[in-house]
Design a protein around this ligand. Structure first.
Ligand SMILES: NC(=O)c1ccc[n+]([C@@H]2O[C@H](COP(=O)([O-])OP(=O)(O)OC[C@H]3O[C@@H](n4cnc5c(N)ncnc54)[C@H](O)[C@@H]3O)[C@@H](O)[C@H]2O)c1
Length: 345
């Protein structure tokens, strides 16, 4: 896990790839961070990149459909990969092979084989490759993580993600839209909150009768985690009422008691007999009133710190493989109907 640092005393040059919803959230972050400069924007539909740049008052920004031309022309230090999951491999490997570091949207890739190929490309190029799991930077998740760390040896962890979502078109093209797109957020958060890694999984992925998705938009999974912890996941993109928060609702139990989190602010604890517990308090929002997408500014700051110091950020690709492996093993279990070991990487 060694990558080269950028030592020149100048802002880091970044190109955004993908000018859809999340690309439009990342570009302003590169403009707002004094340690980075936005030097180009690529989209296979070049008019999208041009229009998105113009909307930010950047009519002169180099844009176009060809990633390699922009990389060769602008010589950036990094790209932010904001393309659809199917394109993540091609974009990330093209950048790494030109010696350009990559900050990517989740999920790293659509299969573990592709993801391993990307991590090997990062190793060969000695470049930083990070997947931004933006939930990790939520002050309330950090507080819940601290609360759970105080519960003693963990035995049970559960999360429920239930959302009536009709968003991005690409979700309707997926066989298992919940597992293939969203579940990584919950699975990665389960690793972050528990400090445990996956061992094996049994999962069912299905279509409830009322769903508007062609694919299996709902799933239940039981993970065995290291230390004997069981993590159970229930999720749906087609919740008919009473949605959860976007970070799900959580329950963790250890030898000293139980902690609940609604995925937004409220953390409550109940101590086991003879124990006493306190809920963690979220740190105050460092950007009160800011209307930007959660966890992108913080992820960019960690990525920049990594490139400057050589210290691996959260979501560094070798670690993020463990979260992606939870997704791919859950998919394999759903397809085969059997309990599946989660490979170490
Ligand atoms: N972290 C979060 O909470 C969060 C939220 C939304 C989306 N995402 C992730 O961000 C990614 C993009 O999602 P979105 O909602 O912005 O999708 P989108 O469909 O709105 O945008 C994707 C863009 O990528 C472009 N594109 C596709 N292939 C390309 C390629 N090879 N080269 C250059 N451009 C290409 C498309 O033309 C499109 O403009 C997905 O992986 C998604 O899971 C993460």
């Amino acid at each position: 896990m060694t990558f080269d640092t950028v030592d020149e005393d100048r802002p880091l040059r970044g190109v955004v790839v993908g000018a859809g919803f999340i690309g439009g959230q990342w570009a302003p972050e590169l403009l707002a961070n004094p340690a980075t400069r936005l030097v180009g924007w690529v989209d296979v539909e070049p008019e999208r990149a041009r229009a998105s740049a113009a909307k930010l008052g950047l009519a002169g920004l180099p844009t176009g459909p060809s990633l390699t031309s922009l990389l060769d022309g602008e010589e950036p230090d990094f790209v932010v990969n904001c393309t659809v999951p199917d394109a993540h491999y091609e974009v990330t490997v093209a950048a790494l092979e030109r010696g350009v570091s990559v900050l990517s949207e989740k999920p790293m890739a659509v299969s573990l084989d592709e993801a391993r190929g990307m991590v090997a490309a990062a190793d060969r190029a000695r470049r930083l490759f990070m997947v931004n799991q933006n939930r990790r930077y939520m002050p309330a998740l950090v507080a819940y993580r601290r609360t759970v760390a105080d519960l003693g040896a963990l035995g049970m962890l559960a999360s429920e993600f239930l959302m009536p979502y009709r968003g991005a078109d690409f979700l309707s093209t997926l066989e298992h839209p919940l597992l293939q797109d969203m579940a990584i957020h919950l699975f990665d958060a389960a690793r972050a909150v528990s400090g445990a890694d996956p061992v094996a999984v049994y999962c069912e992925s299905f279509r409830p009768p009322w769903t508007w998705y062609p694919g299996a938009c709902s799933a239940v999974a039981i993970f065995e985690m290291t230390g004997g912890l069981r993590y159970t996941f229930t999720g749906s993109w087609s919740a008919p009422g009473l949605p959860s928060s976007w970070t799900g609702s959580w329950r963790a139990s250890g030898s000293r008691g139980t902690a609940l989190w609604d995925g937004e602010a409220a953390i409550t604890v109940g101590a086991a007999r003879g124990e006493s517990l306190k809920p963690g308090e979220p740190e105050p929002d460092p950007h009160p009133g800011r209307r930007r997408f959660t966890g992108l500014a913080e992820g960019l700051a960690e990525f920049v710190a990594g490139l400057r110091t050589g210290s691996p950020p959260q979501g560094e690709c070798h670690d993020n493989l463990r979260s992606l492996a939870m997704v791919t093993a859950a998919l394999e279990s759903a397809r085969t109907g059997s309990r599946v070991p989660v490979p170490a990487a």
